[in-house]
Structures are given as C-alpha cells and as structure tokens.
Design a protein around this ligand. Structure first.
Ligand code: DAT
Ligand code: MG
Length: 151
C-alpha cells in the first residue's frame, strides 16, 4: 500500500489548524500509520528541502519550517501521494481551489500550511528522515474489508 509523508507546518500549528488538516486527510480515506510532534532543526530542514537548495526562497523556507513545532505523519492508502496532493491543493494557496486545505485556509505561498510528498520515491526518502521503520505501524481496519468488497 502506498505511503506518503505529511507535515503540519508551523503556520497551521500556530493557527490551531492541525486537527482540521489531519481530519481532512483521514476523511479522504487515508490511514495514519505513524505520527509525532517535533521541532525541525536547520540540518533536518535542509535535508528535507534539499531539492530547493539555491532557490531564492530557500533560506526563508528553512527559517519558517524550523520556527515552531510541527506534526509529522505517515499516511497510507491507495494512491496516497496523489490523494494527499489533491487534498492539499496547489503550492500557492492564492491559486489553490476552494475545498482544498490550502485553498480554504491560506493565501500566502510562504505559509501554505501543509507538506505532502510529491512522488512515491520522494515519499520513501522523506519518511526515512522522520521515522524509523519500527515507528510505522501497519494495522487493519474493518473498513478496509468493506472497501475491498466494493471494488
Ligand atoms: P509543495 O510544498 O507544494 O510540494 P514545492 O516543493 O515546490 O511545493 O516547494 C516547497 C515549499 O517551498 C512550498 O510549500 C512553499 C515554498 N515555496 C515554493 N515556491 C515558493 C516561492 N516561489 N516563494 C516562496 N516560497 C515558495
Ligand atoms: Mg514539494
């Protein structure tokens, strides 16, 4: 089953939006298989956002993501990466559709509330930055069987 890494970013934590963000992902049908709260340090932020090193916004991004505790979680489900990206909305909240997390709660690209991995390959890499294999708990839910019957 596909997995993806989600970060509830500092702006969402400060605004009290952690619950609604996690809830929207759960209600989409995604399963939490790992979750914890932490404050990223500069080194972890630079590794997590390594692909953006050298871009104009990189330093601000690192400063922002390390500015407050965050919640990090692994969500599991069919096409989890794509489903989470859709539920989050476009990177720039000003362009994100209403009904998405970013489209409903944000306006500023530098404060877009939530991170979700952009590919299964990056998901695996990002998950390993935040979680050891023992911290990821796969478990069955009754609903899994119901959904299987519907296919
Ligand atoms: P996403 O978070 O949708 O995967 P990304 O990987 O392109 O977007 O960028 C990572 C984060 O960097 C993004 O969530 C917010 C910030 N960012 C991206 N483009 C930016 C820009 N043009 N100006 C300021 N911050 C930006
Ligand atoms: Mg990205």
């Amino acid at each position: 089953m596909e997995r993806s890494l989600v970060l509830v970013k500092p702006d969402a934590m400060q605004r009290g939006l952690a619950g609604v963000i996690i809830s929207r992902l759960e209600r989409r049908g995604l399963k939490i298989v790992a979750i914890k709260m932490l404050q990223m340090d500069k080194a972890l932020a630079q590794r997590h956002y390594a692909i953006h090193q050298g871009k104009a916004f990189f330093n601000d991004l690192v400063e922002f993501i390390t500015s407050s505790p965050i919640i990090t979680a692994v969500f599991e489900g069919e096409k989890a990466v794509e489903a989470i990206r859709q539920t989050m909305g476009e990177t720039d909240p000003a362009k994100a559709s209403p009904g998405t997390i970013r489209g409903d709660f944000g306006l500023d690209i530098g404060h877009n509330l939530v991170h979700g991995s952009d590919s299964t390959e990056n998901a695996e890499k990002e998950i390993s930055l935040f979680f050891s294999p023992e911290e990821i708990l796969s478990y069955a839910k009754e609903i899994d069987n119901c959904m299987k019957d519907l296919k």
